[in-house]
Design a binder for this molecule. Sequence first.
Ligand code: FMN
Length: 213
Amino acid sequence: MPQLLHIDSSADLHNSVSRRLTRMFADTWRGQGSGHSVVERDLHRDPLPHLPDAGLHYARRLRTAQEMPDAAAEALQAELIAEVIAADVVVIGAPMYNWSLPSTLKAWLDYIHVLGTTVPFDTADQPLAGTPVVVVSSRGNTYAADGPNGGQDHTVPPVELTLGTSLGMAVTVVTAELTLAGRIAPMAPLAAKAAESLAAAEESVQHLARALG
Ligand SMILES: Cc1cc2nc3c(=O)[nH]c(=O)nc-3n(C[C@H](O)[C@H](O)[C@H](O)COP(=O)(O)O)c2cc1C
């Protein structure tokens, strides 16, 4: 029974591009057979509290004597980690907010990135190693490496570093850019490029959902 964990973080519940693309991924996934199940976690509709205690960044055996996180926070962390470990594939909507990622998604990363539990530290344990994760990045502008905003995308790099470099997950990034072309008048001439970017992203998420399913 292949299971998808479908995560959204956009604060836009009406016209979100990342939500449209993650939904397309999940629908394509479901379309592959009744055994293809989906677990949804909407980090905007149902936000996590910010990480309440630095001790949660470490497995219990690695904490100092002063680090005694609240039992409810530990239980929430265990639930989030178990949820992602149970997934065969993960898709994450990651809009660019102020050159960075939504705080709701950052909170989720803070809970699941745990030295000695999900990240190898004093042992080689890396339970998420190899799990495919598709990160759907939507952004109002363009951040092409060779353009004037090259190097200013601080949304995707921390997600790739956390999930890929540290947790060992197999990260694929799908980008839809120039999403504000239809909203900001001076960007109107970029509408065709925005449509092109969205069409390519739609094709990518459908292809990936089939390939990973
Ligand atoms: C709080 C906020 C901050 C934003 N900051 C940026 C930004 O720094 N750079 C950018 O290109 N677009 C920015 N945008 C535009 C969004 O990236 C764009 O609307 C994107 O499509 C949002 O994803 P969504 O469509 O899935 O909601 C911002 C939007 C919001 C709501």
